[in-house]
Ligand binder design. Structure first.
Ligand code: DX5
Ligand code: ZN
Length: 215
């Protein structure tokens, strides 16, 4: 079976202890650290920015999977890259010139992912998929942890994987939102997902998310 990567979302961690929380994840089975950046504008919530990410960089060698829920995104990309982001995920809905943004991230030396909200069809990135490292399917509406997985996302993941196969490319497909050690994880992986983000599932001590996908 293909390797499935787990990207724990620190959004659900204790923000007063972020450094220690990240160390704890490194001692576990995390493949990367999912950092949710929210601006109170693109999404109705506020979190952290480049200075905090830069400090957190000292606590782990694991890649930082930085999910930017901000608009405008372009003026801050360089700061996020310099702060130690390894993968930068931008939202298709937040970019007027997505092709330019994709290449801006690549030129900064980071892996590029594009996220799609539940209401955004996969077809909007059809012409870009061959240039992407990651396609992120939002399986909740972004802004908060602890929401329920939207079941229709499974079909979207399947269609995106089929499209990528047709275009003879193999981006990693990441699912973000409401993923737990149940059919949400299992069906996502069966449909073609290769990275699972898990926030509340991990911090609510349901640490068997990784087991669920390998069943
Ligand atoms: C939602 C975030 C997700 C989310 C994951 O806007 O992008 O990363 O917090 O947390 P859970 O797993 O609790 O949905
Ligand atoms: Zn996220």
């Amino acid at each position: 079976m293909k390797k499935i990567q787990i990207s724990p979302a620190i959004l659900s961690a204790d923000f007063s202890q972020l450094g220690n929380e990240i160390k704890r994840l490194e001692e576990g089975w995390a493949d990367m650290i999912h950092v949710d950046v929210m601006d109170g504008h693109f999404v109705p919530n506020l979190t952290i920015g480049p200075p905090v990410i830069k400090r957190l960089r000292n606590f782990t060698k694991l890649p930082f999977d930085v999910h930017l829920m901000i608009t405008p995104v372009n003026p801050l990309l360089e700061d996020f890259a310099k702060s130690g982001s390894d993968q930068i995920i931008v939202h298709a809905e937040a970019c007027n010139h997505l092709h330019r943004t994709v290449y801006q991230v690549k030129d900064l030396g980071c892996q590029i992912g594009v996220a799609l909200n539940p209401a955004t069809p996969g077809s909007v990135i059809e012409d870009l998929i061959p240039f992407l490292d990651i396609v992120m399917v939002m399986t909740v509406n972004p802004g908060f942890g602890g929401q329920s997985f939207i079941p229709a996302s499974i079909e979207k993941i399947r269609r995106l994987r089929t499209l990528a196969n047709k275009l003879e490319c193999s981006p990693r497909i990441e699912v973000d939102g409401g993923v737990k050690a149940d059919e949400s994880a299992q069906q996502s992986v069966k449909a073609g997902a290769t990275i699972l983000v898990a926030g509340s599932a991990i911090y609510n001590q349901q640490e068997t998310v990784s087991e669920a996908m390998t069943r």
